[in-house]
Design a protein around this ligand. Structure first.
Ligand code: PEP
Ligand code: MG
Length: 848
């Protein structure tokens, strides 16, 4: 776009209103003005940085909002601050988390010290590229010295043009400082750990900290000195990672102010997790040259790196008429819907599930009406669609819920597919040579589905989360994948060889010959072992000394049940019945549910099928169940609590299960149990329904052990329950108090943590002691290294992903119970998950 000089002489810097001189700040951008509270970042929404207004930009030039002087311009050029001639300090921060773009997409047009007039261009940015890469485009404009000026008028909730009035300010009388300077001056030097130096968000946090004390705090870098109460002064220091910054505090609370500031600076202020891609916590000790990551899909792979970059899709802003644009958007959405439906029909169960979710998003009436409203205002179909999708993304991000934030990829995916049709641009990278290791910052589900057709060997992502749709698809395809590998993945340049170890969670870039040969041998051994295991997949499973262990499979559909039967599964220890309930407008009827459960039972003739009652709520919302917004969904209406709160839903599901023939093949399992009363309540309902259906036979009812409460009262639950099955995914998150879906802590939610193992041991001891069998259906049972420990701790049933049944049987056959018990007890004595992982790897060598 041509650089237009927007100098608005119509606006002097001030106007006189009722005797007071008001300072006028004009909008630096054309866009939609919104209240600061709507910014999905507490630093701005909670006014840590100061008061102001935010703009959803529609233009790509930031211009001066008043006459003044540029104070700071971050080296990434995503933020600029200036001081007006009257002393107002203003910060304009383009988008959120844009510091992580390291200047990509931003062109600075001024430098610190430049004298500017209102309307002078300050920064040009690539609206499309930044929209694609940033957390959000919303641009806060804040008065950072709010103690000197107060906003008397602000424009929000309407469109503004560049250089149109945005805020009016009046100066406030300076507050008399209350502190007494007893002459105390204390100082300490710290080395900065912030990956991008003190940029806007850390500056806001430091200022907030400094304002809590009466005395003065200054930060000093070389010959530059900034008052810690002023975010702009801190930005002006121009600090970088590794700088030695001295903190000086004076006044009667100097010691405390210094300690608090140092303590804050010695952390990464959350920047590691929310700024650039997080540096992952590797579950294994990394060698030089290795990059750690979170295992999204286990396995080993080696091959040449193929980088998949997501090219920006440019769209025209102005439409060619409302009807033309409406029709274009309608056709594009219909075309994408057809494409997705075709993929769903030809893909695996997992592909179909993800495609169904995408179709639901594409049809979302809210999205369609938001786009339509923009078209009515004159936007092009593409611009309107992009704006509507990004509003949804901002809303998801604002929830702070990591599970929901992972759905952002799905929204971007449908955004790009529709824009691809509208503009003719290629939305996806479509091919890579067979055997390649795909490396990307992040990947969209549709990209993965397309790329998978060329049979890649593995996938490494700098970002991504372990519960994202991409992770689920990889696991379903058996494609080894590591996610959340961070910026270190930049070292994986195209063509270089990469060893992907998604067993221990690390990758080696450009290995030496010896490393490559050893890794190839590991892959060969792994494949040989898997082939051998498959040859005896249908044999019954016992330990080497004769202890019967039942090897079941976790299922989400009839297709899964057929696959599990082919793998030699001896039944199903977990049918995730939510597959029937999610991604639709109303709950499935009794007949629909009955047909699905009967289909699964028929696919596993004569074998036990344990149907878990609806586990919905928390991270698995269903549109037709009105859940109140919960601050902590993981601790709210989840699992059996939902069923008991919606008796009709529970009755319908129980009737559908009880009607499956032969009676008793389907057993019932309660999710998220915390109290004995819950199983007593369900048993009462089951007994009533058996009476109504004329079923004389007793039907087994068991509980999932997913909460510490259930683990520690396993003996009490066992009085009422016929069996107990440990859900290690949730048990780990609740024992460790770490959200299993939050990529920032995902790598530490390790079910091999000794605390989790001790909970499992306690469950087995108490459950078995009360005469009930205890199994494990959580993800830990599908970890080959964990199987011996689980058997040693007393689990007699394992329910695993269908593809692992044969291998799990082979591991159990190679063990004696005595060996497993000694090994499990050693694991319970380890002091960390890392130590347990080292122990299990060493043990695996002894039984191979
Ligand atoms: C578990 O929590 O281990 C489990 C099997 O349930 P979910 O479906 O929540 O992973
Ligand atoms: Mg669970």
């Amino acid at each position: 776009m041509a650089l237009i000089l927007l100098r608005a002489s119509a606006f002097p810097n001030s106007e006189r209103t009722s005797g007071t001189m008001a300072l006028i700040i004009t909008s630096p951008l054309r866009g939609w003005a919104a209240p600061l509270d709507s910014v999905p970042d507490p630093v701005f929404a909670e006014r840590m940085m100061g008061d102001g207004v935010a703009i959803h930009p529609l233009d790509d030039i930031v211009c001066a909002p008043c006459d003044g002087e540029i104070v700071t311009l971050h080296e990434s050029a995503h933020a600029v601050s200036l001081r007006s001639d009257e002393g107002v300090e203003l910060l304009i921060h383009i988008g959120l988390e844009t510091v992580a773009l390291k200047g990509r997409g931003f062109t600075p047009l001024v430098t610190p010290g430049t004298r500017v007039l209102r309307g002078d261009p300050l920064i040009r940015f690539d609206l499309d590229a930044v929209a694609l890469a940033a957390a959000s485009l919303i641009t806060p404009i804040v008065v950072t010295n709010s103690d000197g000026f107060t906003i008397t008028r602000r424009i929000v909730d309407r469109a503004v043009g560049a250089c149109e009035e945005l805020m009016a300010l009046v100066p406030v009388a300076p507050v008399q400082r209350r502190w007494s300077d007893d002459g105390t001056v204390v100082a300490q030097t710290v080395t900065l750990r912030l990956p991008h130096g003190i940029h806007a968000r850390p500056a806001a946090r430091l200022a907030e900290c400094a304002r809590a004390f009466e005395g003065d705090v200054h930060l000093v870098l070389g010959d530059k000195r900034g008052n810690a109460r002023s975010p702009v002064a801190l930005l002006a220091l121009g600090t970088r990672l590794g700088d030695n910054v001295t903190i000086e505090a004076r006044g009667n609370d100097a010691e405390r102010a210094l300690a608090a500031t140092v303590a804050l600076l010695e952390t990464d202020m959350g920047e590691g997790a929310s700024g650039a891609a997080p540096a992952p916590m590797a579950a294994t000790l990394l060698e030089p040259g290795q990059i750690g990551g979170v295992i999204a899909s286990p396995g080993l792979a080696m091959g040449p790196v193929v980088r998949i970059d997501r090219a920006a899709i440019a769209v025209q802003r102005e439409g060619k008429g409302v009807e033309v644009e409406r029709e274009a958007l309608g056709k594009a959405r219909a075309s994408v819907a057809g494409h997705i439906a075709a993929r769903a029909a030809s893909g695996s169960t997992q592909v179909a599930a993800v495609m169904t979710a995408h179709l639901a998003l594409l049809d979302d009436p809210g999205l369609a009406s938001a786009a339509d409203a923009r078209i009515a205002e004159g936007a092009s179909a593409g611009f309107a669609w992009r704006g509507a999708v990004h509003d949804q993304i901002d809303a998801l991000r604002a929830t702070g819920n990591a599970h929901l934030a992972e759905r952002i990829d799905d929204l971007i995916d449908i955004e790009r597919q529709v824009l691809g049709v509208l503009t003719g641009a290629r939305a996806d990278a479509e091919d890579a040579p067979p055997g390649a290791i795909l490396v990307a910052d992040d990947l969209l589900p549709s990209q993965l589905v397309t790329l998978a057709e060329s049979r890649p060997a593995g996938l490494c992502l700098a970002r991504g989360g372990p519960t994202s749709h991409v992770a689920i698809l990889c696991a379903g395809m058996g494609l080894p994948a590591l996610v959340a590998m961070g910026d270190a993945l930049d070292a994986a340049t195209p063509g270089v060889t990469l060893l992907l170890d998604a067993e221990t969670g690390c990758a080696t870039v450009a290995p030496c010959d010896t490393e490559s040969v050893a890794f190839a041998a590991r892959i060969a051994t792994r494949n040989a072992r898997r082939d051998a295991a498959r040859a005896s997949a249908t044999d019954r499973c016992h330990t080497a000394d004769g202890m019967r262990i039942e090897l079941f499979a976790n299922l989400g559909s009839v297709e899964d049940a057929r696959a599990a039967a082919a793998q030699g599964a001896e039944g199903s220890g977990l049918v995730r019945s939510e597959f029937l309930f999610l991604g639709r407008d109303s709950a499935p009827s009794e007949d629909e549910q009955h047909a699905a459960y009967q289909g699964i039972a028929d696919a596993l003739p004569g074998l036990p099928v344990i149907v878990r009652l609806l586990d919905i709520g928390g991270d698995k919302p269903a549109a037709y169940l009105p859940f109140a917004v919960e601050e902590n969904p993981a601790l709210g209406q989840r699992g059996i609590r939902v069923g008991l709160a919606h008796p009709d839903l529970l009755d319908t599901q129980l009737r559908a299960i009880l009607r499956v023939q032969p009676v008793g093949q389907c057993r019932i399992m309660l999710p998220m149990v915390a109290s004995v009363g819950e199983i007593v309540a369900v048993r009462t309902i089951v007994d009533r329904l058996r009476g109504e259906l004329g079923i004389a036979e007793r039907v087994e009812i068991g509980v999932m052990v997913e909460t510490p409460a259930a683990a520690i009262t396993a003996d009490l639950l066992a009085v009422q329950a016929d069996f107990l099955s440990i859900g290690t995914n949730d048990l780990s998150q609740y024992v460790l108090a770490m959200d299993r879906g939050n990529p920032a802590v995902a790598a530490q939610v390790d079910p091999l943590h000794p605390a989790v193992l001790r909970m499992i041991a306690e469950t087995c001891r108490r459950g078995n002691g009360a005469g009930r069998w205890v199994g494990v259906c959580g993800g830990l049972a599908s970890d080959p290294l964990a199987v011996p420990i689980l058997i040693g701790l007393g689990a007699t049933e394992l329910s695993v992903v269908p593809g692992f049944v044969a291998e799990a049987k082979a591991i159990v056959r190679a063990l004696t119970l005595k060996q497993a018990q000694a090994h499990a007890h050693a694991a319970l004595d380890c002091s960390s998950a890392g130590e347990v992982r080292a122990l299990v790897r060493a043990f695996a060598e002894t039984i191979r």
